[in-house]
Design a binder for this molecule. Structure first.
Ligand code: SAJ
Length: 424
């Protein structure tokens, strides 16, 4: 089948490669010419460490059935146009600049009976109230006569992209049932997971709800962590005991919630409503967004306990990406912590083994003569840290553990003052 993928990011590029390996004729479109030029010469513009991405990209290049371009003209002959552009949230409201720029460019070349599939996560009612009217206005075509629309929200996570793309079930909302067979054909090739067909609005709601649900679950355990700190118990032991109950699944407390999904999807859901207040959901967002502040509070109390002057303290922050073993820094909690440290005039250095600007310097060198180590991301590399060596290098021995990376007793055994989220 001839298909196009618009937006070649963490979602679109793997999808385009997957479709090419499935022998479709694919046009990969992105307005960023720099990215297109890199892809044309077989270079990955991002996620170089993503499992399988390099290998599958190379394989797909050999097949010569995936063309990269910044022109939308190539989609004229596509039966399906997958839209995978970013849909960020700014000040708790959807920012659809990329989405509308893509929709307008697609409209210029839309021909007959094409299916536009929205894989980007969008607020409920966006397709019906914004996207379809924009296409009809720009083309004079009519939905379900001249073109069709589907909402098939992506379900991938950096570091597990191909595993999730090829196995997770997919929700597919359709503008008309007659496009189900064609979508069933292509998506049953993409993933071995169930395909659940529904209407456009239900698909939009289900996607925003699934990530909102996760955000509330994480906020719950972050709040329990604060309670455990006050009560003087270890939240991780409480979590272990509670999760022995097979019907419980308490998530992991930590230094905050980042990424391109969880922090924004609750606001997409909230933005679609006029009456329902969703107070629990808004509070959960605020709790998760406050965790970097809590990290700062733990740091300040540790420095005070050690009788140090905050302004003369050097802090080393481990982890800048939003999640372990990934270079993806979107909405990273460490970004918020850095702003707080700067505001409090606390000098800091950052290390991250995956993020280009922070991976070059040796972490032990960075820690030399520093006063506090703040762990924000549980990168696998950090699990091999030599605690006694670090203790001998640091000026003041403080560890603030935002991800339960370090064993508190082992840290204290080599002289650290250890404070972890939910385990102080
Ligand atoms: N986090 C916690 N505690 C947890 C889980 C995550 O603090 O118990 C933090 C992480 O450190 C990170 C953020 O939340 O900063 C998001 O982590 P995530 O594991 O949810 O990873 P995401 O953002 O890539 O979430 C995606 C979502 N998938 C899609 O949107 C398709 C989410 O619905 C999945 O549940 C998640 O991947 C997953 O579990 O794979």
């Amino acid at each position: 089948m001839k298909v196009s993928v618009v937006g070649l990011g963490y979602v679109g590029l793997p999808l385009a490669i997957r479709l090419s390996l499935l022998k479709h004729s694919v046009v990969g479109i992105d307005k960023n010419l720099g990215k297109i030029n890199l892809l044309r010469i077989g270079k990955l513009p991002f996620a170089q460490d993503e499992p399988h991405l390099k290998e599958y990209f190379k394989k797909s290049k050999k097949q010569n059935n995936l063309k990269f371009t910044n022109s939308f003209e190539g989609l004229k002959t596509s039966e399906i146009i997958f839209v995978c552009v970013d849909t960020p949230v700014v000040a708790q409201k959807p920012d659809y600049h990329s989405l509308f720029s893509a929709i307008k460019s697609i409209s210029k070349y839309l021909s007959a009976s094409q299916i536009i599939v929205l894989e980007s996560t969008i607020a409920p009612k966006t397709t019906r109230d914004l996207i379809v009217p924009t296409i009809e206005k720009n083309t004079g075509k009519k939905l379900n006569n001249d073109f069709f629309v589907a909402v098939a929200p992506e379900r991938i996570r950096p570091n597990y992209i191909f595993k999730q793309l090829t196995t997770l079930p997919r929700i597919i909302g359709v503008s008309q049932e007659k496009i189900i067979p064609k979508l069933k054909k292509v998506y049953s090739q993409i993933t071995s997971g169930d395909l659940d067909f529904t209407d456009l609005l239900t698909a939009e709601v289900a996607k925003t709800v699934e990530n909102t649900y996760r955000d509330v679950q994480i906020a719950f355990v972050n709040e329990i962590a604060l309670a455990c700190e006050e009560l003087g118990v270890n939240v991780w032991e409480v979590r272990r005991l509670v999760n022995k109950d097979p019907f419980k699944d308490i998530h992991r407390p930590g230094a905050g919630v980042g990424g391109h999904c969880i922090p924004k999807d609750p606001w997409l859901l909230v933005s679609s409503l006029r009456r329902a207040k969703l107070n629990l959901i808004k509070n959960a967002r605020n709790i998760n967004d406050s965790m970097p502040n809590h990290i700062l509070d733990l740091l300040k109390s540790a420095i005070k306990l050690k009788g140090q002057n905050l302004k003369k303290t050097t802090v080393v922050v481990f982890g800048y990406s939003y999640v372990e073993d990934s270079d993806d820094t979107r909405n990273s909690p460490t970004q918020s912590l850095v702003e707080l440290l700067t505001k409090n005039k606390i000098s800091f250095k950052i290390h991250d083994p995956f993020v280009p600007q922070y991976k070059k310097i040796d972490p032990y060198q960075l820690l030399t003569k520093s006063d506090a180590l703040v762990i924000m991301v549980k990168h696998t590399n950090y699990k091999k840290l030599n605690l006694s060596e670090i203790a001998s290098l640091m000026r003041t021995k403080i560890i603030i553990d935002g991800r339960n990376l370090i064993d508190k007793k082992k840290a204290e055994a080599v002289g650290f003052l250890y404070k972890g989220v939910g385990n102080v």
